[in-house]
Design a protein around this ligand. Structure first.
Ligand code: FAD
Ligand code: UDP
Length: 369
């Protein structure tokens, strides 16, 4: 029987495990150094019966029918459509910054003038990354661009990444583009929602297969057997013993508070782009509309990853880090039958749907399925 080892029980590892077990009818061992499955998407119900996302709020959204159809047998989703919300100078505004936001912030005459100029310059519903939006010749639009850059992006990015937006790939801030439209949703993807029984259950269902054996609390370094194929979703620099140096990551930590009220804030996530040390406050019960007299919030803080102190959360996308990663990639491609994937294995800032798609595509490439 073929021997397959998957390192990491997050989405990347679980999807591959399922495909190998089901489509190839091969045995798969999945290990994770943590005490639970589901990687950073791990969630659990607390003593108030509120579903908590332990490693930060996770909202599923995708344009990919392939991913959506793949997930369907493992869970049902609700119809949660996230609306971004931020507090700027004490005013609650919608995010991404859109035409509605203009009217929340500015006097009506100015908002009208800005709207007219925006619609003159851009097609309705265009999404413009702030890195592009900053290049405005018109005086009013230049004022608006500076306002959005400073109030929404600059300080939030410094808090989140420890550097300014210019020191990162533009793709980072482009995740939250300026929207020349009135759609208040954070994502415009065709498919959106939260798994009704949570992400952990979804992944448990994927791993619940007679050909799959899950072993928790086990680090790859503890594995002494040899395998025909290894799929590694941990950090690629760690695999190679940091031969070329450490790949930098941001880590995140949460200060949880239980509140004696039904709701603390109007939204599941409220961003604080200008004030406070935390980036956002998450209130989890909004996602599944959990009923409880109490609520749980988490203030989210960011810091650099340091091995042994905290966990890797976000690869930091910039040219230097990509060059360093490329050295590991070259080395990874030179060894047979060890495949790297996932947020950590590919060193890529990717959402759950992209991690799932990458795992499906890798399976199809290797096995010509
Ligand atoms: P992970 O979930 O990180 O899983 C990797 C697993 O490998 C971990 O469990 C780890 O313990 C294990 N591992 C690593 N090294 C070893 C080793 N040496 N031995 C054994 N085990 C090991 N995506 C969205 O689509 N929507 C969102 O709203 C969203 N919000 C997010 C918020 C935050 C704060 C963060 C950090 C991420 C968010 N994401 C979101 C992204 C999402 O978490 C990832 O896309 C997804 O978790 C990637 O899955 P993965 O399996 O590649 O990695
Ligand atoms: N961002 C920002 N202000 C905000 C929201 C986002 O500056 O209010 C920037 C910031 O650099 C952040 C990036 O846009 O890291 C991506 O935001 P997103 O909400 O997608 O971050 P995630 O949920 O992945 O942490």
């Amino acid at each position: 029987m073929s021997k397959n080892l998957i390192v990491g029980a997050g989405f990347s590892g679980a999807v591959l495990a399922f495909l190998i077990a089901e489509k190839l009818n091969e045995h798969v061992i999945v290990i994770d150094r943590r005490a639970h499955i589901a990687g950073n998407s791990f969630d659990y119900r607390d003593n108030n019966n509120i579903m908590i996302h332990k490693y930060g709020p996770h909202i599923f959204h995708t344009e990919s029918e392939k991913v959506w159809n793949f997930l369907k047998p493992f869970c049902d989703f609700n119809q949660y459509m996230h609306k971004g919300y931020a507090i700027v100078d004490g005013i609650g505004i919608s995010l991404p910054f859109n035409i509605n936001t203009l009217y929340k912030i500015f006097p009506k005459t100015l908002a009208l003038r800005l709207e007219e100029k925006l619609l003159d310059k851009f097609k309705y519903n265009t999404k413009v990354p702030i890195s592009e939006f900053k290049n405005q010749d018109d005086k009013d639009l230049n004022f608006l661009a500076n306002y959005i850059y400073e109030k929404i992006f600059l300080y939030y990015t410094i808090k989140q990444w420890g550097v300014t937006p210019e020191e990162l790939d533009n793709s980072v801030t482009a995740r939250v583009p300026v929207l020349i439209g009135r759609d208040d949703r954070y994502f415009q993807d065709k498919y959106q929602g939260i798994p009704l029984e949570g992400y952990t259950k979804l992944i448990e269902n994927m791993l619940n297969h007679p050909n799959i054996e899950v072993i928790l609390n086990t680090d790859f370094s503890q594995i002494k057997e040899s395998f025909d194929k290894i799929f590694y979703t941990g950090s690629v620099d760690e695999y190679f013993n940091y031969e070329f140096g450490q790949l930098p990551y941001r880590s995140v930590y949460f200060k949880f508070e239980e509140k004696n009220c039904e709701y603390y804030q109007p939204n599941s996530i409220v961003n604080y782009p200008c004030n406070y040390d935390y980036t956002r406050i998450n209130e989890y019960k909004h996602f599944l509309n959990d009923k409880s007299d109490k609520t749980v919030i988490a203030k989210e803080y960011s810091e650099f990853f340091e091995a042994g102190k905290n966990e890797r959360f976000y690869p930091i996308p910039n040219t230097n880090n990509r060059n360093l990663y490329n050295k590991y990639l070259e080395k990874a491609q030179s060894i047979n039958n060890v495949y790297f994937l996932g947020r950590l294995g590919d060193y890529v800032y990717q959402n759950m749907d992209k991690a799932i798609l990458r795992a499906i595509n890798l399976f199809e490439d290797i096995y010509h399925q």
